[in-house]
Ligand binder design. Structure first.
Ligand SMILES: Cc1cc2nc3c(=O)[nH]c(=O)nc-3n(C[C@H](O)[C@H](O)[C@H](O)COP(=O)(O)O)c2cc1C
Length: 195
């Protein structure tokens, strides 16, 4: 499976980014996870630019189309979705690239329920398919766990491993395979991500 991971924080020491890197280490070998940094290069959303989309927007669309599923980890800012993540999603609304795209929503803080719910609502209205069994909350931010700390934390590592297994099960039950899915999308042949 090809998984595209998106982080809603641009901070160098982002704990959400650490969470995504830890998942790369914990995921089964059958999963190829690419953490996209394209999200940082997106201009502010402007509908006037959609017909001739900026290069970063086009690249992110290609990356999403090439992915069998998305993995999103994004913090809560003032009880809302970060502008970084919302900006990326706004660019994807009219392209319909997220329609029926399986998405895992990870929440790195049990205290941050508002953004988690808001993110799920936005993804749902964009017709993405949230994989509920894999979309979990893990106490990373309160414990200030970095990548190594997450991997070494038995309970959290087990939860994340279980979440990735749930993605595989979801994919199998959906009756799709990544090559056919990418061919249907007409963009990428299921090999590497557009970088
Ligand atoms: C501007 C700002 C607003 C924040 N608002 C909230 C909030 O409403 N609720 C919350 O639980 N944490 C809030 N936090 C704390 C962040 O969730 C925390 O700093 C987290 O580690 C940020 O994610 P990152 O480490 O991936 O950058 C806020 C942090 C910032 C910088």
């Amino acid at each position: 499976m090809h998984i595209l991971a998106l982080c809603g924080s641009l901070r160098t020491q982002s704990l959400n980014a650490a969470l995504l890197r830890a998942i790369c280490r914990l995921a089964p070998a059958t999963m190829q996870i690419h953490i996209s940094d394209t999200i940082a290069a997106l201009p502010l959303f402007n509908p006037d630019l959609e017909d001739d989309a900026p290069p970063a927007v086009r690249l992110l669309r290609q990356q999403i189309l090439a992915a069998d599923a998305l993995l999103i980890a994004s913090p809560e800012y003032a009880h809302g979705i970060t502008s970084v993540m919302k900006n990326a999603l706004d660019w994807m609304v009219s392209s319909e690239d997220l329609v029926q795209k399986p998405v895992v929503v990870l929440n790195a803080s049990p205290r941050a329920s508002h953004a988690d719910l808001a993110l799920r609502e936005v993804l749902s209205v964009m017709s993405a398919e949230i994989i509920d069994a894999a979309s979990i909350t893990v106490p990373i931010i309160g414990a200030r766990l970095d990548e190594d700390g997450i991997v070494a934390h038995a309970d959290i590592a087990a939860s994340l491993t279980g979440a990735m297994k749930a993605v595989e099960v979801y994919w199998q039950l959906r009756g799709l395979n990544s090559a056919a899915n990418a061919a249907d999308a007409g963009v990428v042949g299921g090999a590497a991500f557009p970088l």
